[in-house]
Design a protein around this ligand. Structure first.
Ligand code: SF4
Ligand code: FES
Length: 239
């Protein structure tokens, strides 16, 4: 364990954990958009900026990436942090001026308007969807493609992905709701910012409800070496 101070409070944290994790353990709020505890931190949104001081030097770092250390002094809410965070939030608001999640967070951080050029995007390129698909689901159906202003989240070649199983984890984890997800009758629809796919849902042999994508169930059966009839019934009708 190491001992550090966050906003003047002495905090103990396990070596190898990040400042963000240590702060959350101690109920100290740091805003984030691209962080999720189930996947590798990526440092995309920069909202989690904090100020660290060590050996007399102070600098701004992304708390989701920066590891705790003995004697580290961390500030989560100095004037310098607040003004940097506001500028980052203004940039996000300019990119996604009509996105409710971004508008709400901007308001919470005291940003009502932006002085940057307005776009009309919903995706902030945080790559949470990409990381969850790769690290949690294990299929890598989507990725961030292109560079600079053309950077986008997409399936390979913007075509329907062969490997996507329609689980919807990308939509679930997206902080801005940029990925649409809907089950209608026997079909699941997933709408990414640049393309969409449809998935046939399996019908429960007992109650007749459509409950999960065929591709997702086949994937689990194969991965876990289950019997082919393991998912003939939905969870409600299984004994
Ligand atoms: S679609 Fe959502 S989760 Fe994926 S990169 Fe964009 S904002 Fe992040
Ligand atoms: S949460 Fe740390 S950079 Fe986004």
């Amino acid at each position: 364990m190491v001992t550090l101070t966050i906003d003047g409070r002495e905090v103990q944290a396990e070596e190898g954990t990040t400042i963000l994790e240590a702060a959350r353990e101690s109920n100290i709020y740091i805003p984030t958009l691209c962080y999720h505890e189930e996947v590798t931190p990526y440092g995309a949104c920069r909202l989690c900026l904090v100020e660290v001081a060590r050996n007399g030097r102070e600098k701004l770092v992304a708390s989701c990436l920066y590891e705790v250390a003995e004697g580290l002094r961390v500030k989560t809410n100095s004037e310098r942090i607040a003004s940097n965070r506001k500028m980052i939030m203004e940039l996000l608001l300019a990119r996604c001026p009509n996105n409710k999640a971004i508008q709400d967070l901007a308001r919470q951080l005291g940003v009502e308007k932006t002085s940057f050029k307005l776009e009309d995007k919903q995706c902030i390129l945080c790559a949470l969807c990409v990381r969850v698909c790769q690290e949690v689901v294990g299929v890598s159906a989507i990725s961030l493609v292109n560079r600079g202003v053309d950077r986008q989240m997409a399936t390979p070649f913007y075509e329907p992905s062969d490997v996507c199983i329609g689980c919807g984890a990308c939509a679930y984890v997206c902080p801005t709701g940029a990925i649409g997800f809907e089950d209608v009758g026997d079909t699941r629809y997933i709408h990414w910012p640049n393309n969409k796919m449809e998935f046939k849902l399996r019908k429960c042999k007992t109650c007749g409800n459509y409950w999960a994508p065929e591709k997702q169930l086949d994937y689990i059966i194969k991965k876990a070496n289950l019997s082919p009839d393991a998912f003939d019934n939905c969870p409600d009708c299984r004994d």
